[in-house]
Design a protein around this ligand. Structure first.
Ligand code: VGL
Ligand code: ZN
Length: 228
């Protein structure tokens, strides 16, 4: 029997606040991904096309504004599992306020072909935890938030996950790593993403490849098979 190929597309956080010229956390060239993402959305082979929205309450732990004296981009905060203070805490980078629920900055970019989407998943809604991944937060003992994405992919018997959107070095990266650990063959289409720190991307890219994520390109065979 031929190997199963049942691919899903995950479009990560293609929202106004992550795009120039006006986004509060604009990723350099972030808006250039939209045409590529629309091209991916139009490919016939996907069994599921999902978009995520970063969707924070105003008091979210990742906003520097909620930590007196701390500066976005440069400072960090400690995150502790709100359900288990004994689970090891971790340091998380602080950001400008972004993607606040029901604000214009949290909207998907207007040029995105949303009619091609099967579902939109909101993440980062718990004020006490950072959630870069489209699947769940980084805590495991116990997990604090689960978006339901694994369940959805398994329901549709998805085998391969293609990830695009923003930002390559944060939410795209974490989503790809979780997809991999859930057992999916995982691809990042590089033209369809951009990094917050473009200078650090080549190193992070290598780490993703070492972990088993396939970083692929529009003209390559991994994308071509989505047309057949
Ligand atoms: C993201 C920083 C903060 C992302 C979300 O979508 O990559 N980055 N929140
Ligand atoms: Zn965020």
């Amino acid at each position: 029997m031929a190997d199963k190929f049942s691919p899903a597309l995950i479009v990560v956080d293609l929202q106004e606040d992550f795009c120039p010229p006006n986004g509060s956390l604009a990723v350099p060239e972030g808006r250039e991904t939209v045409a590529v993402v629309n091209q991916m959305l139009a490919l016939p082979r996907f069994v599921l096309r999902i978009a995520t929205k970063d969707w924070h309450p105003q008091d979210h732990i990742s906003f520097a504004s909620n930590h007196p004296g701390k500066q976005p981009f440069v400072d960090f905060a400690t995150v502790t599992n709100p359900l288990n203070p004994d689970e090891p805490s971790y340091r998380t980078r602080l950001w400008p306020d972004h993607c606040v629920q029901n604000t214009p900055g949290a909207e998907l970019v207007p040029d995105l072909q949303v009619k091609g989407l099967d579902k939109i998943i909101e993440k980062g809604t718990n004020k006490d935890v950072e959630m870069y991944s489209a699947f769940y937060d980084p805590f495991t003992n116990p997990r604090v938030s689960d978006s339901g994405l694994v369940g959805l992919l398994k329901e549709h018997k998805v085998t391969h996950v293609y990830v695009v959107g923003l930002a390559a070095d944060y939410c795209v990266r974490c989503t790809a790593l979780d997809a991999l650990s859930e057992g999916f063959e995982t691809y990042i289409v590089e033209e369809g993403t951009r990094a917050v720190d473009a200078g650090a991307w080549p190193t992070e890219r290598e780490q993703l490849v070492a972990a088993g994520v396939h970083i692929v390109h529009l003209g390559g065979p991994e994308v071509a098979r989505l047309s057949q």
